[in-house]
Every structure is written in C-alpha cells, then in structure tokens.
Ligand binder design. Structure first.
Ligand code: ADP
Length: 447
C-alpha cells in the first residue's frame, strides 16, 4: 500500500480523499493556490505545498508544479480528486512517466471515454444501447441538415469534448439548426479548445440514470447500483438519489448487469460511472465518467462501501475483494448540492462565512470544507457543501432531509439552501415524479 498520497485538488473533494487516506494509515500531501492557504484541506493534510497563484490554470491545473510538489514531498501516488485533472489523460500519463501511481483509470481509458464520440462507439460495440444520432463528428452545417432530418427534430448538438453541460444546444426544428449548430461549436471551442460536435435525438422526458462501477487489475468488475440525477439546472445536477424512484427492480438489475459486463470487457481499473437517459422503459447511454463523482456519496450510504478506499486499493494493484453478491444496497439516500449562490438568480456569492452549523443525527452526512471564519474565494466552483441523508425507506429519507435542511446554517454569504428547502416540499419531488426538465420548469414556469 502507498505510504504517502498527494491530493491534486481543493475543497470538499480534497477533504474526501484525505479522509479515506487517513483511515487507511496513508499520509497526505495537500497542494494549494495562494488563495487557499487557510483552506481546510491544507490544515488537515500532513504536509502542504503552495503550487501557484489563484487562477486554476496556474495552480490546480499546473502539471509541472503538481509533479514537483509530489517529488519534493516523496509521495508515491497522486489522487486527482473530482474535477480539475481527474479526466485529463495527459496528466495521468505524465504522473506515471514520473514514477508516481495515478489513482484512477489508465490514460488510455480516460482518453477513449473523454471523447464522447469514441466512447459511444466503444460501448455500442460492447452491447450498450445509445441515443440515436450521428455516427461520428458532424463537420459542417450542410452535413448536419440531412442527418437532423433523418434523426427527427428536436435534435441536440453536442460537443465531443463536452462536460459540465457546456457545448450542448437544442434545435427544435430545421429553422433553428444553423443557429444551434454554430452556437454549440463556438461554445465548445471556447470551453474545450475543440469544436467537434455530433448530433443526438433530443429526448423529451427522460430521467438521468447512472450506474456506479468498480473494476480492478485482476479482471473483476462490479456495479454498485444506480443513482437518479434528473434534478438538474442547465444540465448540471442539483439533487441526486439512490435508488431511482423511476425504476423497477427488474430494470435496475438489467442495467447494472449490463454496465458491469461492459466495464469488465474494457478491463477498466478504478471507479467510474456509466450515464444513461431513461425514457419509456428504455436506457440510452450518453457518456462515461472515468473518475469519482460528486454524488458517489449516496452510493456509499446505501451500500456501506467506501468508494475512495476501493479506488486507492485497486490503484495499488490489490484485487477488489468483494463480489457482486456481496453488494447489498439497503435503504434510500439523497444528496443536495449546496452552492454559494443567490438561490433565485444563481449569481455566485463568495465571501466571509460568519456562521456555520451543520446538521447531524442518525443518517446525516455533511461533506464540506467550510468553517466559520472561512472566506469562500471567488476563483473556483461555487459548490461549498453536500448534504447527504440516508433512511430505511424513501419516505424516512425525505423527512430526515427536510429536518436536516431546517437545521443547516451558513451565514454571511448567500447559498442555495433556501432553494433546496423549497424543492423538498414539492409534491412532484416527494412522489418521485420528475424528469431532467422538471427543475427548469419549476424555476421558470414559462419555459
Ligand atoms: P456533460 O458531459 O456536459 O455533463 P452529458 O452528455 O452527460 O453532458 O449530458 C448532461 C445532461 O444533458 C444529461 O443529464 C441530460 O439532462 C442532458 N442530455 C444529454 N443528452 C441528451 C439527449 N440526447 N436528450 C435530452 N437531454 C440530454
């Protein structure tokens, strides 16, 4: 096992990795920008190295600085956390070339799945159903026209390098195609430096269902059940739950088994997620994330497994040590992502946290790097806390979530806590009757 792991991230994600390392007896090295000297992940780590100024490009995305920090502290392995370098194949490659272990999949798997067109083609060959669409890159508007007509409107133009909901535009009819196509390419070029796009049928009322998988270097792969992440704003997840209230046990077993078999045939190492849209009893693969996800916590709550610990173990070459039949999910879990944003306009609200009181009690988990007196910097993602609640039944989980949200106090900055309190009181949410468009409709009834 590793003796020392460098965590190449910040915030609650860095803290999450630190906690697993600590429990495994592994020392941790934090890296941080000058804006994060007082951050919780820096305070708790055994050692820390300042790797640059606030701008992510010069610090958390600065490969030479991160590798140098690993070398001078004598780390054996690097964990990329969630975001920043977690899906950067070049980084994974350089980590290994410099003699450290990358705690994640192989660079080849990151590369294949990081390109959505290649990913779709790969899993389709392995037997997964995909959303109907173009077979590959659609290089010109002229090529898009007949393809869109064949797929049938509405169509979605998606960036091959996409992520975080960027580079995605809907054309509801032929007359919108030119504009949507151009906008998607421009947004993709600005966000990813790659403007390759493809077309997909735009599904009207799907749920977002994803399957957590885990593979080792000894040919084993298992799935840990599904999560429903349909409560989204601008294609970004806001609330997630496991299991999905929209699936029956037969569908659940079917998609889990299919996902695990694909991952096993890929020879995939580590944790990952296969994402699907689900509509009218059918699943359609959309993408694979080759990393730990923010919402991995709800899977941990229902399975009782520590996913980061599992990830570190397989990166060290150990076998999974659990079989599919050992995975026995129980109860229900829901996660709310709490952002430092105005709960109505979603304008970021960084600044000084004057009060911080996290809820507690049976079945309540708060993953956050906040503390009273901490100043939320304006340079990074606005998610500041995750409230995760577990109950024996979905109803118990909802009641517990409601009372935990009542207890939660974050003072001094605006947060999306009031939005979550409203959402969990909505009859549609309580009944589990929602799809990926539900939240946008709730926030803007005229949309
Ligand atoms: P990203 O990598 O940017 O997150 P995804 O491919 O994972 O992009 O899609 C993000 C979200 O966009 C999905 O959860 C879903 O809400 C929506 N979406 C993606 N593809 C489709 C589609 N073909 N039809 C309808 N909605 C879609």
């Amino acid at each position: 096992m590793f003796e020392k792991v460098l965590i190449a991230n910040r915030g609650e994600s860095a803290l999450r990795i630190h906690r697993a390392c600590r429990e495994m007896g592994i020392q941790t090295v934090a890296v941080h920008s000058t804006a994060d000297s007082d951050a919780m992940h820096v305070r708790l780590a055994d050692e820390s190295v300042c790797i640059g100024p606030p701008s992510p490009r010069e610090s958390y995305l600065n490969i030479p600085a991160i590798l140098t920090a690993a070398a001078i502290t004598g780390a054996d392995a690097i964990h990329p956390g969630i975001g920043f370098m977690a899906e950067n194949a070049t980084f994974a490659e350089m980590v290994e070339e410099h003699g450290f272990v990358f705690i994640g999949p192989t660079p080849q798997h990151i590369r294949i799945m990081g390109d959505k067109i290649t990913a779709k083609r790969t899993v389709k060959e392995l037997g997964l159903p995909t959303v109907p669409g173009s077979d590959g890159v659609v290089a010109t508007l002229e090529a898009a026209k007949p393809l869109a007509a064949r797929i049938g409107y509405p169509v979605l133009i998606k960036a091959s390098a996409g992520g975080g909901g960027k580079g995605m535009k809907v054309a509801s009819s032929a007359k919108d195609l030119a504009e949507a196509y151009t906008l998607a390419r421009n947004e993709a070029r600005a966000a990813f430096g790659n403007d390759e796009v493809y077309l997909e049928k735009y599904l009207a009322h799907p749920r977002h269902i994803e399957v957590q998988i885990l593979g080792d270097t000894h040919g084993h792969a298992i799935h840990l059940g599904e999560r429903d992440c349909s409560i989204q704003r601008r294609h970004q997840k806001v609330i997630e739950e496991a299991p999905s209230p929209g699936l029956n046990d037969a569908e659940r077993a079917q998609i889990g088994k299919l996902a695990a078999s694909v991952v096993q045939r890929l020879g995939y190492r580590g944790v990952g997620t296969l994402e699907f849209l689900y509509e009218n009893g059918r699943f359609y693969f959309i993408e694979m994330n080759t990393r730990l996800q923010i919402e991995h916590t709800i899977t941990e709550m229902v399975t009782g497994l520590d996913l980061v610990r599992a990830q570190i173990r397989v990166a060290a070459g150990l076998p999974l040590g659990i079989k599919q039949s050992d995975v026995l999910p129980s109860g229900h879990a829901i996660e709310c992502r709490i952002n430092a944003e105005n709960p109505e306009t979603f304008i970021p609200s960084p600044g000084l946290v004057t009060d911080f009181h996290a809820p507690g009690g049976l079945g309540v988990r708060v993953d956050s790097a906040l503390y009273s007196g901490y100043r939320v910097p304006p340079y990074y993602d606005s998610m500041i806390a995750k409230l995760i609640v577990h109950g024996k039944t979905r109803n118990e989980c909802l009641l517990r979530l409601r009372r935990s949200l009542e207890e939660f106090v974050i003072g001094g900055i605006e947060t999306t806590l009031p939005l979550h309190r409203r959402l969990v009181a909505q009859p549609d949410f309580i009944d589990g009757r929602y799809d990926i468009h539900w939240l946008e409709g709730f926030l803007d009834p005229l949309s």
